[in-house]
Design a protein around this ligand. Structure first.
Ligand SMILES: *Cc1c(COP(=O)(O)O)cnc(C)c1O
Length: 237
C-alpha cells in the first residue's frame, strides 16, 4: 500500500527542497561551478520516518544519520535510500551500522578507522570514509586538528577494507570566508599528495545556515536538516 505522501501534510518538505535546489544552483552559477555536482544530503535527526520519506519522494537520494540508536529504530521505515553516518561514532557501535551505511563521514582516529577496517573485512566489504576535521579549532567539537589530517589519512590508507574519500567539517556558526578557504586548501593539498588508495573526491561541508558559502569554497556534499525539515522538535544530546 502506498500512503498518500503527496498530500498537503508534507508539502513543506517539497517546497523547502525546491528552494534548497534553487539556491544551490544559483550559488554554483555565481561561483563558477555550474558543471560540478553538489549533492544534497537530508539530515534526519529527530525527524519522523514518514517525513524523511517525503523528502525521498522529492528526489533526495542520500540521508545523513547522527545517532546509532535512532538510526536502527528508524531504518526499517525508510524507503530505499543511501545512508551516510555523520555523527560521533563510538568504536563499540560500528558493528550496528557497518552493513547498512554506505559511508562513515565522522572518522577522527586510527582507533575508529581500525574497527571499521576490521568489521568491513569480516563482512567482505570496503567502507568509504571521510576524515572529520575540526576546522574552526573548537574545543567542543569532534574532528581532528587540520595539521593531523594528512598523517592520519596516510596511516589509515594502509588499512584493508576502508577507503578514504575526502573530508567532512562543521565550521563554527558565522565563520568567515577564510575558514572555508582553509578547509578547501587542506582538501586540495591532501589530494595533491596522491596517496595510494585515497581518492579525495568528496568535500562534505555546508549545513542549513552556510551551504551557499560552502558551495563557494568547493563543497560537493551539503548536509541539510533544519532548512529541509523545519526546526528540530526536541533537544539534541
Ligand atoms: C545536524 C547536522 C547537520 C544539519 O544541520 P542543520 O543546521 O539542521 O542543517 C549537518 N551535519 C551534521 C554533522 C549534523 O549533526
Amino acid at each position: 500500500m502506498t500512503t498518500d505522501f503527496s498530500s498537503d501534510k508534507f508539502q513543506f518538505v517539497v517546497e523547502n527542497y525546491r528552494e534548497i535546489c534553487y539556491n544551490i544552483q544559483n550559488a554554483k552559477v555565481k561561483y563558477g561551478r555550474e558543471s560540478e555536482n553538489v549533492e544534497i544530503m537530508a539530515v534526519t535527526k529527530t525527524v519522523a520516518p514518514e517525513i524523511v520519506n517525503a523528502a525521498i519522494d522529492c528526489g533526495v537520494t542520500l540521508l545523513g544519520e547522527n545517532r546509532v540508536q535512532e538510526y536502527t529504530a528508524k531504518k526499517d521505515f525508510y524507503r530505499p535510500c543511501d545512508v551516510h553516518f555523520i555523527g560521533h561514532l563510538q568504536t563499540n557501535k560500528v558493528k550496528y551500522i557497518i552493513n547498512d551505511v554506505k559511508m562513515i563521514q565522522s572518522v577522527d582516529s586510527v582507533k575508529l578507522a581500525g574497527e571499521i577496517s576490521r568489521l568491513a573485512v569480516k563482512n567482505g566489504k570496503v567502507m568509504d570514509i571521510l576524515i572529520e576535521v575540526n576546522i574552526g579549532d573548537e574545543l567542543s567539537k569532534s574532528g581532528v586538528d587540520k595539521r593531523v589530517a594528512l598523517p592520519l589519512i596516510s596511516e589509515i590508507s594502509c588499512l584493508p577494507g576502508v577507503r578514504v574519500r575526502g573530508l567532512m567539517a562543521i565550521p563554527p556558526i558565522g565563520s568567515r570566508d577564510e575558514i572555508y578557504l582553509k578547509l578547501k586548501d587542506l582538501f586540495e593539498n591532501i589530494k595533491s599528495e596522491d596517496i595510494p588508495g585515497v581518492s579525495m573526491d568528496i568535500l562534505s561541508v555546508g549545513m542549513s545556515g552556510d551551504y551557499e558559502m560552502a558551495v563557494k569554497y568547493g563543497s560537493n556534499l551539503v548536509r541539510i536538516g533544519t532548512k529541509l525539515f523545519g526546526a528540530r522538535k526536541y533537544m539534541e544530546v
